[in-house]
Design a protein around this ligand. Structure first.
Ligand code: MV4
Length: 450
């Protein structure tokens, strides 16, 4: 087992990883920018090294500084958390070259899944259902026209280097194909320095349902059920839950099996997520595979009963998994609490928290790095806490969440708490759960939030 792990991250996930390391008897090294000197991950780690000024590029994304910190402190592994360098193939490779275990995917796996058109080909070969579309990349306008005619409009063009909605367009008919394809290409070139595109049939009002998997170094893999992440705004997840209100026993079996095929196809080692689009007939299609621990991993932990960071560390150290799958024993919901103003287009609201009271009680978990008197720097992601409720049923989990949101006091900044309170009372959310279209403009009224 590792003796010392450097955590190449900040915020709640850095703290989350430190907690598990402590329980496992593993020493921890925090790295931090000057903006984070008063952060809890710095305080609770065994050692802490300042790696630079506030901008991420000069601190949490600066590979030489992080590797130097690991060498100086003699860390034998690095946990990258999510975001930052967690899916950076160069970083994964450099860790390996320096004899430091990267707790995450190999460079090949990261690059293989990062190229979306390539990933789709890999998955199709492995027998994972994919959205009907182009075989690999679109070569030119003529090819695009032919492919779209074949699939049938509406279609979607997506950036092969993309993900998270950038460089993606829905094309309703042929007369708009050229213009929309060009604008998608321009957006992709500007964001990723690459304008490779592929095409798919457009799935109307899909749900976003993902499967958590774990693979070990012997090529064995298991799944830990789904997470429904359909409550999204501009491709940012706001709420995640398990079980999905749309799930059936049969669908879970089929999606779980597909996710395991996906994992085995790339000999995946560690914790990963296979994302699917699910249509109203419960057809499901591979969308992306994430080769990292995700923000929303906590809901899975609460319903299957184990610590996913611990499992990640164990498989990275060479432990084998049993190979059996895990089904939800309870219902869990997570609300992302962001320092944003939901009444002003979710505009970031950094600043000093002048008063903070954490909710608690039965079935409530709060993962956060903030406290009363803490100043949220403007340089990073606006998520400041994850509030998770766990209960026997969905109805109870919603009731607990409402109660906890109501107890939650954060003063001095705007947060998404009022949004979540309103969502927990929304009839569509309560009865059936929502599709990914739910928060897009029309269906949700933000005006009467307090
Ligand atoms: C789609 C789709 C409909 N049809 N693909 C958005 C992010 C990117 N990872 C894939 N996305 C979508 N791909 C086809 N063929 C609709 C979306 C989509 C979406 C997907 C998941 C969660 C939220 C979404 C919001 C808008 C569009």
């Amino acid at each position: 087992m590792f003796k010392k792990i450097l955590i190449a991250n900040r915020g709640e996930i850095a703290l989350r990883i430190i907690r598990t390391c402590k329980e496992m008897g593993i020493k921890t090294v925090a790295v931090y920018s000057t903006a984070d000197k008063d952060s809890l991950h710095v305080r609770f780690a065994d050692e802490a090294i300042c790696i630079g000024p506030p901008p991420s590029k000069e601190s949490y994304l600066d590979i030489p500084r992080i590797i130097s910190a690991a060498e100086i402190t003699n860390a034998d592994a690095i946990h990258p958390g999510y975001g930052f360098l967690s899916e950076n193939s160069k970083f994964s490779g450099i860790c390996a070259e320096n004899g430091i275990k990267f707790i995450g995917a190999t460079p090949d796996q990261i690059d293989g899944m990062g190229n979306k058109a390539q990933a789709k080909i890999t998955m199709e070969k492995a027998g994972v259902p994919c959205v009907p579309g182009s075989k690999g990349l679109i070569t030119d306008l003529d090819d695009a026209k032919k492919t779209a005619k074949n699939i049938g409009y509406p279609v979607m063009v997506k950036a092969s280097a993309g993900g998270g909605g950038k460089g993606m367009r829905m094309i309703p008919s042929e007369d708009q194909l050229e213009e929309l394809l060009d604008s998608a290409k321009r957006e992709s070139a500007a964001s990723f320095g690459n304008d490779d595109m592929y095409m798919e049939k457009f799935i109307e009002e899909p749900r976003h349902i993902e499967i958590q998997i774990i693979g070990d170094q012997t090529g064995n893999a298991c799944h830990l059920s789904e997470r429904d992440c359909s409550v999204q705004r501009r491709h940012q997840k706001l709420v995640e839950e398990v079980p999905s209100p749309f799930m059936t026993k049969k669908l879970r079996e089929k999606m779980g099996e597909a996710a395991i095929k996906a994992s085995k196809a790339v000999k995946y080692e560690g914790a990963g997520t296979v994302e699917f689009l699910v249509d109203k007939h419960r057809n499901f299609f591979f969308m992306e595979m994430n080769t990292r621990i995700q923000v929303e991993h906590c809901v899975t932990e609460e319903v299957v009963g184990f610590d996913l960071i611990r499992e990640q560390i164990k498989v990275a150290a060479g432990f084998k998994i049993s190979g059996k799958n895990y089904l939800p024993q309870l219902h869990a919901i997570e609300c992302r609490i962001n320092a944003e103003d939901p009444l002003n287009n979710f505009r970031p609201s950094p600043g000093k928290i002048v008063n903070f009271h954490a909710p608690g009680g039965h079935g409530i978990r709060l993962d956060t790095h903030v406290y009363s008197g803490y100043s949220i720097p403007p340089n990073y992601d606006s998520m400041i806490a994850k509030l998770i409720s766990v209960a026997q049923t969905r109805e109870e989990a919603i009731a607990k969440m409402k109660r906890a949101l109501d107890e939650f006091i954060i003063e001095g900044i705007k947060t998404t708490i009022p949004f979540h309170l309103k969502l927990m009372e929304d009839p569509t959310f309560i009865t059936t759960g929502v599709t990914t279209k739910f928060l897009e403009v029309t269906e949700f009224d933000y005006s009467d939030m307090k």
